[in-house]
Design a protein around this ligand. Sequence first.
Ligand code: AMP
Length: 408
Amino acid sequence: MSVNRTMSEIATHAVATECSRESDQGLAPIQPGATLGVVGGGQLGRMFAIAARQMGYRIAVWSDEAGPAAECADVSLVADYSDVAAGQSFFAQIAALTFETEKLPLDLFRRVPAGTPIRPGIRFLEMSQNRLREKGGLQAAGLPVGPFAPVRSLAELEAGVATLGTPAILKTASGGYDGKGQIRIDAAEDLDQAWRSLNTDEAILEAFVPFVDEISVVAARDVSGQCVTYGPIHNTHRHHILDVSYCPVDLTADVRRRAVDITQRIAAEFAVVGVFCVELFVLADGRVWINEIAPRPHNSGHLTIEGHATSQFQQQVRCLCGWPVGSAEQLKPVAMANVLGDCWRSGPPDWGSVASRWPQVQWHLYGKTEPRPGRKMGHLTATAETPAAAVESVVAARQVLSHRSNEL
Ligand code: AMP
């Protein structure tokens, strides 16, 4: 099996002529007072709703289960995404539609009335829903991704391992997140067992990338094609979940330029209108490869709320409504630490100590009642004179928050 041939076979090359209603460029911006729709009810939808309300919009959230966004919405629909009648009455109330997760059925968007803008568009969403489509589409557009192979059977897994070598990472093509649906394949791996345990009929095998840094760039592109970027933002993960992000990052000018250039090219190539994030690997020799795209605001971009002139959520509102993008100027070095359910392990978090000892730390809670280990409950942000000082504040505050002050 030739990896290249297979790549071109699967490359859908989501086209520049984005299918969404980007022809609505000439339409007047949607004015405050209108109702904006968001599909998905998690914390990203909640922070979008908060930004939208601040800007004078009403918010309608459609989620298939109760979640944190509804609390901040004017209209909340909890219904299966296949519910056509519920969708019709939801769409009738909104002036424009966005989404806060990519794990959504495309059919829902195909039922949206023709005059209602969907931003970003359906093709960009579709590409990012499937790792094979995404990597194939990016590669076909000449954008840098690591070596990969499609896997739809044990034979293809064996062929992929023979071509790419080990270690490698086998991931479900769709549906995985935060490291779920992933298996590291080492030389001695029982491939039959690995393939069966993934329990899928479509996967991607990726060569293990020996990255020196993981970074992301968040972008906002408006209807006129003007695109601003945030970052690169530096990201560290724990147990595959984002742990700490900070910005600015000490990178060479070349690496920085490559990361921003890749992001701008994705925005233009796929005619994105809205906010998206590109997660990138930085290699020791300065090459930058795309890991994945999120077609929406991203956890690493939460630090833009305090760190930048316009937050990623305000940009989402601006782009959705047809306004020009706002300034992405960074105001101060900034860091963010996620607060997971684990912080509740030794009892309710110690917010009092955080408030009194770290006045520079802001906390955000998503209104989730059940603090399960690994569940994103909120995040902390700090600005400081240097990124290192900002990281130190959020990490120290989080330790005290979760009664782990002895680890300081
Ligand atoms: P993902 O869900 O694809 O973003 O993967 C979660 C994390 O696993 C990434 O942030 C990386 O730390 C690691 N990872 C994913 N893919 C690779 C790869 N091909 N090589 C090395 N590490 C990877």
